[in-house]
Design a protein around this ligand. Structure first.
Ligand SMILES: [Fe+2]
Ligand SMILES: [Fe+2]
Length: 296
C-alpha cells in the first residue's frame, strides 16, 4: 500500500500532470496551435472530425460521471484521492474535446444538438452499461468497467487518432498526447487497485465478466458503425496526407500502414488491438475475458 499511496497521490498527480506534461498548454494544446486550414476548408473532413470529436466528448462525459461517483463508493482514502484527481482529468478531457468542437466551428448554442445528432447509439449503450453498475453502488464493477474497459478502449482509440494526426494536425495530436498520458495513469490504477478486491469478492466475478462482455459488444458495434460511415473521409484524409508528405514514409501503427489501409482493415486492427489489451489486463486482475457476440 505504501507504493500505491505515493504512486497515486495528489502530490504525484500535481508534479506529473499540471506541473509536468500539461504545463504551458491551453485547452490541452500549444497556445498558438490551431486546426489546419485544409481540414477547416474541406466539408467531408470537417464533418468527419466533428463526428469523431463528438464520440470523444460522449465517452469522456461518461468517464466524468463514473469517476466522480466512484470517489464516494471507494472503500479507502488513497483510492478516493486518486479518483478525485481522475475526476478532474476527465472534466478536463470533456472540456478540451468540447473546445475542439468549437474550434471546428460548432457554435456554443449548437453544442448539445450537435452531440445528440452525432453521438453513436451503441456508444451511448456502452456508457449506460457502465453507469448502471456505478449507480447500483458497485465499486469493483465500476472500476473494471471504467478503468479497464472504457479507458482501455479510449487509450487505444486516442493512440490511433494521435498516429494519424501527428503530421497533418499537430494541434489535435498534442491534445491527444496529454489525454493518452492521463489515461495511462487511470488504467494503471484500475489494474493495481482492483486485483486484490476481486480476490476479496470472488462472487462478483461472473457479474463483472458479463458487464465486460456487454461493453465489448457495444464497443465493437460502435467501431463497425463509425468505420462504415467514414470510408469517404478516410480516403480523402489519406490522399491529402500522401500529397503533403510527397511519397515519404507511411505512418505505422501496430504493424499496419495507416496511410493506405481501408476503413474495414482499420476497424479490424483497432478492434483486435483493444480486445488483446482487455485480455491481458483482465488476466492480470484475475478475470477471464469473455468474447462478445459479433455485432450485426
Ligand atoms: Fe478521459
Ligand atoms: Fe480516463
Amino acid at each position: 500500500m505504501a507504493d500505491f499511496l505515493s504512486q497515486y497521490s495528489v502530490q504525484r498527480w500535481l508534479e506529473m500532470c499540471p506541473q509536468g506534461y500539461l504545463e504551458d498548454t491551453v485547452y490541452g494544446r500549444g497556445a498558438d496551435d490551431s486546426e489546419p486550414a485544409e481540414l477547416l476548408d474541406n466539408e467531408v473532413l470537417l464533418e468527419a472530425s466533428i463526428a469523431t470529436t463528438v464520440q470523444l466528448v460522449a465517452g469522456e462525459r461518461c468517464a466524468l460521471a463514473a469517476s466522480s461517483a466512484l470517489v464516494n463508493l471507494a472503500p479507502d482514502y488513497p483510492s478516493k484521492r486518486f479518483l478525485a484527481t481522475q475526476t478532474l482529468d476527465e472534466a478536463r478531457h470533456v472540456e478540451i474535446f468540447t473546445q475542439r468542437l468549437h474550434d471546428l466551428g460548432v457554435a456554443k448554442d449548437d453544442l448539445e444538438s450537435t452531440i445528440n445528432r452525432y453521438a453513436n447509439p451503441n456508444l451511448v449503450k456502452f456508457a449506460e452499461t457502465l453507469l448502471e453498475k456505478v449507480s447500483d453502488g458497485d465499486f469493483v464493477a465500476g472500476v473494471v468497467g471504467q478503468n479497464i474497459v472504457l479507458e482501455g478502449m479510449a487509450f487505444t482509440v486516442f493512440e490511433l487518432l494521435e498516429a494519424t494526426s501527428r503530421d497533418m494536425n499537430p494541434k489535435f495530436a498534442r491534445t491527444l498526447q496529454g489525454t493518452i498520458a492521463d489515461e495511462r495513469r487511470h488504467v494503471g490504477f484500475g489494474e493495481n487497485r482492483i486485483g486484490s478486491l476481486i480476490q476479496q469478492y470472488p462472487e462478483k466475478r461472473r457479474d463483472i465478466e458479463r458487464m465486460q462482455q456487454e461493453m465489448s459488444y457495444y464497443m465493437l458495434a460502435t467501431f463497425a458503425d463509425v468505420f462504415s460511415s467514414s470510408a469517404e473521409s478516410i480516403d480523402v484524409g489519406q490522399k491529402m496526407a500522401a500529397d503533403r508528405s510527397n511519397g515519404s514514409e507511411d505512418v505505422e501503427w501496430h504493424g499496419a500502414q495507416l496511410g493506405s489501409m481501408s476503413a474495414d482493415d482499420l476497424e479490424a486492427i483497432l478492434g483486435d488491438t483493444v480486445l488483446k489489451e482487455f485480455k491481458v489486463r483482465l488476466g492480470r486482475i484475475g478475470l477471464e475475458y469473455q468474447s462478445p457476440k459479433a455485432p450485426v
